[in-house]
Design a protein around this ligand. Structure first.
Ligand code: PSU
Ligand code: MN
Length: 305
């Protein structure tokens, strides 16, 4: 495993000395947002993690290794280059052995974070069970990965382009706690509402850190989905975004978009058709998650149990 892992010295030192570290993904940079907002956001997300007392470690694949911790010029490369693979678990051996550039999804980032010894990861929204999955079988590898890899995921909820109800069922089956911070309703990614009650609620980073310590301390492996609602003034209201989601799904169907291309297609379509309003919400929610994730990492590192 060590042959395939390259950890930046600052990140390595932080992990070795038990300092708070927050893993970040790269698919959101290469495939989730347009340039130049993607690179600006990636840099600001790292700054937000630092401002809240933790060390950021953005994860990606290149030159035959899983890289943990990227320099600004490397973040920038992943935001501009078109030849970057979207790498979920199944793509990892191919992209590594072919020396390609790979942006890692939630699933792949979690696995690499675990290999490096990082147990907290911040993203925008996880992949899940797609609408119509009863026919397409399109269920993100993010969910299976969360079932067994012990890295907590801070998100703004389950992306509303998905079937939130089915995704919650899948998470329950896999034994993954879903805990919303500070409200009873599960947030819906672009919006702080989803019409689904959150299975669990906690109100502080310290309480979340205690839940993580307890879960892993008991020997229960796997993730915890931490849902952090986007601030109300930065959200796109649920009913407004739903109209665009429906149109995006119809367009994907008409253009026969399939497999790994569906999520990037939908996000791009919605951003274009909301004149960037959804993109602004996406940027706001990931920064908000970075701040909260760093606070949880700090509380976790401080907590004796
Ligand atoms: N959240 C975002 N933007 C994204 C993603 C999540 O705000 O681009 C990415 C994540 O990398 C996630 C992936 O793992 O979408 C899910 O893809 P799929 O549905 O193909 O598994
Ligand atoms: Mn899929």
């Amino acid at each position: 495993m060590k042959n395939y892992l390259a950890i930046q010295p600052e990140v390595q030192e932080a992990i070795a000395s038990g300092k708070p570290v927050v893993a970040l993904e790269s698919t959101i940079i290469s495939h989730g947002m347009p340039w130049p907002q993607n690179v600006e956001t990636a840099i600001q997300v790292e700054e937000t993690v630092r401002a809240n007392g933790a060390i950021p470690a953005t994860i990606a694949i290149f030159n035959g290794k899983c890289r943990v911790g990227l320099r600004t010029d490397q973040l920038s490369y992943f935001g501009q280059e078109k030849n970057v693979w979207k790498v979920s678990l199944r793509d990892m051996p191919y992209v590594l052995s072919q020396n390609l550039y790979g942006a890692t999804t939630v699933a792949a980032t979690m696995r690499i974070a675990a290999m490096a010894g990082i147990n907290l990861f911040v993203t925008g929204g996880i992949g899940g069970v797609h609408r119509g999955a009863e026919h397409s079988m399109d269920i993100s590898a993010d969910l299976t990965e969360m079932g067994h890899t012990s890295v907590a995921v801070v998100s703004a909820g389950i992306k509303s382009i998905l079937d939130i109800g089915l995704t919650l069922e899948y998470l329950e089956t896999k034994g993954i706690p879903v805990v919303t911070i500070g409200q009873d309703e599960l947030p819906g990614f672009y919006s702080n509402q989803s019409n689904f009650a959150s299975p669990l609620r906690l109100d502080t980073p310290e309480q979340i850190a205690a839940l993580l310590k307890t879960k892993w301390g008991m020997g229960l492996e796997g993730s915890v989905l931490i849902a952090n609602p986007v601030p109300a003034h930065q959200q796109v209201p649920k009913d407004e975004i739903e109209v665009h989601i429906q149109q995006a799904l119809e367009a994907a169907d008409a253009q026969q978009i399939k497999g790994k291309n569906i999520t990037p297609f939908l996000l791009k379509y919605i951003a274009r058709h909301t004149q960037g309003e959804s993109l602004q919400a996406n940027i706001a929610l990931i920064k908000n998650n970075a701040a909260t994730g760093a606070k949880i990492a700090v509380a976790f590192a401080a907590k004796e149990l």
